[in-house]
Structure formats: C-alpha cells, structure tokens
Design a protein around this ligand. Structure first.
Ligand code: F6P
Length: 539
C-alpha cells in the first residue's frame, strides 16, 4: 500500500494519541493582503509551505508562524488565530506578530544573511552581526512563548521547521521537558570546517540538540551535522543508532527527503488548463512555440544567471533555434530587503535584456522574465505545457519545483533538466543531470529538452513519476511521525493494516561513502573554480 492522505491520518491518530500537533515555521501557509481595498489571500512561493500544508490538512493541529501579510491582523482573533485553508478551514494558523526590528535582525539578518549562505555552497559571505544574533535569540523566545501557550494543559508534539528556529527546541524542552520535539532542516548542512566559523555555532548546535528527532534531506547532510557536533561539543555520538547523547537528552538524526502531494497537480490544472495555457501564451506573446520554463524565488542559490547564460550559449551554438522557442522564467520576488537579492534581480533583468537585444527580433524575444508572484494555478499550467523545465540550483537541499514539474506531466512528456547539486538529483536520476557551473553542459541540457524523442521522454518521465508517486509528502510526514511518535506518551493503539510495516526503517546509517566524499570534493572544487572565475571577471 502506498502513502496517501488517508494513511497519514491513520498514522497520525496512532502515533499522536491524544497529543496535539504544533508545527512551527516562520512562513505562514496562507497570507492575507489588501488588494484594491479588499482582503485577499495567497499561497506564498517556497517549498516549505507547499510541502507542509497538505500534511496539516491531513493531521490537523496548529501552525505557528510569523503573520507577514498586511491584512493578516484583519482576519484573526485576539490571540492571532484563524482557521485555514481560508476557503475550507480544517486546521488553525496562529500568527505571531514581529516588529520591523525583529524582522531585520531575525529573518533578514541571522536567518537569511548568516545561516542561509553558511549552509549553501555558493560562496556568498555570511554576515555575522551580534545585533542580528541578539534579535534572533529574542524572536526564538517569542515563538517559544506562543508554542507554550498552544501546548498548555496537555501532551504535544512540536514539529519545528528550518533554520529560523535553531534555538527553539532547547527553549521548549527547558520549559516543558514532557513536550516531544522534532525539527526538520530544509536546507543543506555544510561540513564542520565551514559551519564552525560561525561565532555562535555552539549555541546553535546546543539549541538543535534540544530535539528528540532532527531530520535533514540526505544522509550526507546528517553526516555533516554529526561531524560538526563531534568537533564542537562535549557529547556522545552513537553511530550505530545515529543519535547524539548530551546532558541527559538523546537526539536521533535521520534523513527524510521531502516531497510533494502528486494529487495537487490535477487540482491546480482542473479541466480548463488548456484554455488558461492559451490565455497565458497570448498575454506574454509566446505564440505556439515550445517553452522551457524555470520557476524559482529570485535567490542567488538557484543559479538563474547561469541558466540565462546557458540560453545565450544555446543560441550561439544552435542559431537554427532562433525564433523556435521561448525561455520563460517565473521569478517570485524574495527577501528583497537584502542587498544581495536586490542586486540579483537587477542582474537577471540586465541579462535577459542583453540576450533579447542580441538574439531577439521584433516579434520574438527568447527570454521572458516574469518577476512577480504567481499562484500554483498559473505555475502548473506552465509545467504542463512546457517542453522542458530547468532547475539549475548551485546548491539546494531538495528542490520541489523538480518534483512538481513531474507530477504535472500525466502526458508522460517533458524533459527535466536538473542540477546535480540538488537533493532531488539523488531521487530523479532520469532527469538530464547537469553541472550548473558548466555553461556548455547546461546549453546541451537545454538543447536536449527541445530535441529529445517522444519515446525517450516517456521512458524517463514514467520512471520519475513513479518515484514521486511512491515517495510523496505523506510518506515523508508518515516516516517522521512514526519515528518521533515513539516518544509521545501513551499512544492510543489503533491498528495499521497488518501486511504493511508500521514504520519503514530509514536507510542504514553509514559514514559518508567514497562516492559522497568524491561528490563533496567535486562540489567544492567546482564552486571554488567558479568563484575564482567570477572574481577574475570582476563580478
Ligand atoms: O527551503 C528554505 C526556505 O527558507 C523555506 O523555509 C521556504 O520554503 C523557502 O526557503 C522560502 O523562503 P522564505 O520563507 O524566506 O520566503
């Protein structure tokens, strides 16, 4: 039996017993905002909310998040609570209000100017600012307070998301040792040499070791985390069980590759996707030419300039393709308060303009850059109608665009061009795997997406769809709940179908394999060469 929403509901009942599920994530799954004087709601861009919302819809509970929309307060009660999804509520969103100073130091500062570049291999220099750090600490305390209020009076499993809340698990355990805490780290974990330059490394690690369970996307990330803890802290590492023992607390560290809900593709496409595709083509003057699409937040880890350079190279290598396709980049604005992100938007605009100037004609522009927020209804139409989708992240924990694209292709057509430095590349070897730093290889990947035979597309797409169907978001959540649920007191015994093991054991834990070490070395070497190249080119 595969993993479905219903099976996850069953596992949640079995494993949680009477305990309340409280998810903590900085980003809220639904944002209310004013548009033309009216309140509307949108789903934010980004993998975390895409992945977690179906889980919450299956399990119920409370999602504690920063209330970031300008109309958020208008729809919540006095404690910041509102039922979601807004059109058919079945769980609670508890909004936490932050000041601009809080956002500056905690979200833009420590989370996204320090931890984000620290954890990704992209040679962006992390900012270590003590004032940001103080705010990060304070905001983690603010969230701890909100969680403790939500957990009052009964057992609870608190499921913390991401690098915004490294200190939260320890704060929760100190206040309520009976709470069961799990954390999923949605971005990569670097090697110890890199992480330990952070002045607050020990405090961050200690905070995370307040968890009963700590999840990463890959075994490689888990190995890096354990090596980092081993170097930095007094503790006992049990390599057999993959657990860290410290001050009477045991933290299990396991890989859980995140995924998507494959059924959502059909929901977003509906029966009228072809009409919507026609309207979209008309709006952006795409004619009936084949499309290659990219869908990302505009973030320097995503390799957007690199893929534009590949489009340019493709047109130089294959001038016969001029006028024959469009490259459509959906670039949701992201973290624009941070200079590096603003600079990147300018760089992408300038590159698109340059390529269009050089290769375009009056009635054909090769690059269409859509630099605004698009809802899943539009994005899935693009996935479904495209010849190919390119994901060229320089480094990415997983990348759910790759998996979403696959779920949209019930026609078993379409080519996925995928960076080998994403977590998704380990699960989707049938994609055209490329090194995003290698412009020649990327151009060839784009060429393949326009020329691959139908039968080859079908062969690859069928296997990728099978993989994502089996390893869907319900499996991810079910495995996590099964693992951490062992620590929830007094689970109510509800039988799970006998033929099916309750918990699929995660892959055996091992030290990094020779291949993983080679790949790490390869990443380091490639990124070093690129950094040298960019520096010598004055970029
Ligand atoms: O994957 C890392 C992450 O920070 C997620 O939390 C989120 O889905 C995505 O990037 C978007 O980031 P933000 O919430 O900062 O817009």
């Amino acid at each position: 039996m595969g993993w479905s929403k219903e099976r996850l509901e069953e596992v949640a009942r079995t494993r949680l017993g009477g305990a309340k599920l409280i998810v903590v994530a900085n980003r809220e799954p639904y944002i209310h905002r004013y548009k033309n004087g009216e309140v509307e709601w949108i789903r934010p861009a980004g993998g975390l909310t895409t992945a977690l919302d179906p889980v919450m819809q299956a399990c119920g509970g409370v999602w504690v998040a920063h209330g970031s929309g300008d109309a958020d307060r208008a729809v919540t009660d006095a404690s910041g609570r509102v039922g979601v999804p807004p059109d058919d509520p079945n769980y609670v969103l508890r909004r936490v209000w932050l000041s601009k100073d809080d956002e500056e130091g905690y979200y833009y500062g420590t989370a996204n100017s320090m931890l984000w570049p620290l954890c990704h291999q992209v040679f962006a220099r992390p900012v270590f600012d003590p004032k940001h750090w103080e705010t990060y600490r304070r905001v983690n305390e603010t969230f701890a307070q909100a969680v403790l209020e939500e957990a009052e009076g009964g057992p609870a499993l608190v499921f913390v998301q991401d690098y915004h809340f490294a200190l939260l698990p320890r704060l929760l355990k100190a206040a309520r040792p009976d709470l069961v805490t799990a954390q999923f780290w949605h971005i990569p974990w670097p090697g110890p040499e890199k992480f330990l330059v952070c002045p607050w490394a020990k405090e961050l690690l200690d905070g995370m070791l307040g968890n009963d369970l700590l999840g990463f996307h890959t075994q490689h990330d888990c190995n890096n985390f354990l090596d980092t803890v081993d170097r930095a802290l007094e503790c006992r590492i049990d390599r057999e069980r993959f657990a860290v023992q410290r001050a009477g607390q045991s933290t299990t560290v396991r890989p859980f590759p995140i995924s998507v809900d494959p059924a959502l593709a059909q929901e977003y496409l509906g029966n009228d996707w072809e009409d919507r595709a026609t309207a979209l083509r008309k709006k952006h003057r795409l004619g009936d030419r084949p499309l290659i699409v990219g869908v990302d937040r505009v973030d320097y880890t995503k390799g957007i300039p690199e893929r534009l350079q590949a489009v340019d190279r493709l047109l130089h290598k294959h001038p016969e393709l001029k006028g024959q396709f469009h490259f459509v980049q959906v670039g949701a604005p992201s973290r624009t308060h941070i200079p590096a992100y603003r600079d990147l938007t300018e760089e992408v605009n300038a590159l698109a303009e340059k390529i269009n100037w050089e290769h375009g004609t009056e009635d054909w522009q090769p690059v269409v850059f859509l630099n605004e927020h698009h809802g899943p209804e539009d994005i899935f139409v693009l996935y479904r109608t495209a010849a190919g989708c390119i994901v060229s992240s320089l480094h990415d924990g997983m990348n759910l665009v790759a998996k979403e694209f696959v779920t949209a292709r019930d026609d078993e057509r379409g080519v996925l061009v995928l960076s080998q430095f994403t977590g998704a590349a380990r699960e989707l070897p049938d994609a055209v795997l490329v090194n995003p730093f290698d412009v020649e290889e990327m151009a060839d990947g784009l060429h393949a997406s326009l020329t691959m035979s139908g039968s080859e597309q079908e062969r690859r797409m069928r296997r990728m769809r099978g993989q994502v169907d089996d390893h869907n978001i319900y499996r991810w959540a079910g495995m996590l709940l099964s693992e951490v649920g062992k620590r929830v007191p007094d689970p109510v015994s509800v039988s799970v179908p006998a033929a099916e093991p309750e918990v699929e054991e995660p892959e055996p834990i091992a030290a990094p394999t020779a291949q993983e070490r080679r790949q790490e070395h390869h990443i380091a070497r490639e990124t070093y060469l690129t950094a040298m190249y960019l520096a010598s080119a004055g970029v």
